[in-house]
Design a protein. Structure first.
Length: 296
């Protein structure tokens, strides 16, 4: 290390030190908001003495107990998890095979199909025509409205397509020479090699499904059994906020759950599942996103 430092000028050393300080400052600024939300959700509102919460003040799980006492939240959590997993897996299968087909140079009317899917990325039918279409397809108040409309995502399709085009054709031709079909070539050779881009696409889809609530509000608002976590937590926040404040005024106690504590607890509940999934897909996500977008 001393030899390496001896070959560097004082300006380079100072510059590196400044970069380290900036990186640490950015890290603190990125982590502190979530740490603040977590500490606030675990604190008793009446015992918070200063705005800078580095640890919980008056440790309590009461905001989380208040939220999870309602069985609808547990049911909505299951709906959100199931739609995130089922929807993402179905989307990955359909878009992966479609991307493989579009990547073939000998695909009949291939250019037409590519332009057709590209067109749908920039133009949509609008909310009212979409609602009428879903109504005619009997998707209203139906769980499938969470899965079928987003089972084909042109962006993900083209991302997988460009990734497959970067894989040497010799690997696929080796399977065909041995008597296999293109289906065998895709599932046995290309699919394992496409793990990075598939992980990126899968993560995109999971996050979109997890955060979605507009489709619930538009198409499944009348079906309580089909409400998603985001939609239920939003409604719970609106009702529990007023209820908590009224009870606090009537009972005159300081450890009553406040509206702010409920907001923080709701934020933690919605963020933690995504934070648990991302570390397992991080290495695939970065490489797949970069390599899959180079040729695009």
């Amino acid at each position: 290390m001393s030899i390496l430092h001896g070959k560097r000028s004082a300006g380079e050393i100072i510059f590196d030190d400044i970069l380290v300080i900036l990186a640490m400052a950015i890290l603190v600024l990125s982590i502190f908001p979530f740490l603040y939300i977590l500490n606030y959700s675990l604190s008793t509102s009446g015992q918070i003495s200063h705005p800078l919460l580095l640890w919980p003040q008056g440790f309590t799980f009461k905001p989380y107990e208040t939220l999870f006492k309602d069985i609808s939240i547990i049911r909505a959590f299951g709906v959100s998890v199931s739609r995130a997993i089922i929807g993402s897996v179905c989307m990955l299968i359909v878009n992966g095979m479609a991307g493989y087909a579009l990547s073939r140079p000998n695909l009949p009317w291939g250019k037409v199909f590519r332009l057709y899917f590209l067109f749908t990325m920039y133009f949509s039918g609008g909310i009212i025509p979409t609602y009428l279409l879903y109504k005619n397809l009997h998707l209203l108040n139906n769980y499938l409205v969470y899965i079928l409309p987003v089972i084909v995502v042109p962006f993900n399709m083209f991302l997988i397509k460009t990734y497959i085009e970067a894989i040497p054709r010799d690997l696929e031709e080796a399977v065909l020479v041995d008597g296999g079909t293109e289906i065998n070539a895709y599932f046995q050779v290309l699919l394992p090699l496409c793990m990075p881009v598939n992980a990126a696409v899968f993560l995109f889809s999971c996050i979109n499904h997890w955060n979605a609530y507009i489709d619930n509000q538009l198409y499944n608002a009348m079906s309580n059994n089909l409400h998603t976590l985001q939609y239920v937590l939003f409604n719970t926040l609106a009702t529990q906020t007023n209820k908590s404040l009224e009870e606090a005024k009537m009972m005159g106690i300081q450890n009553m759950v406040s509206s702010q504590s409920l907001k923080m607890a709701i934020t933690v509940i919605t963020i933690v599942p995504v934070m648990c999934v991302y570390p397992f897909l991080r290495k695939y996500f970065v490489s797949g996103l970069l390599v899959g977008s180079i040729k695009a």
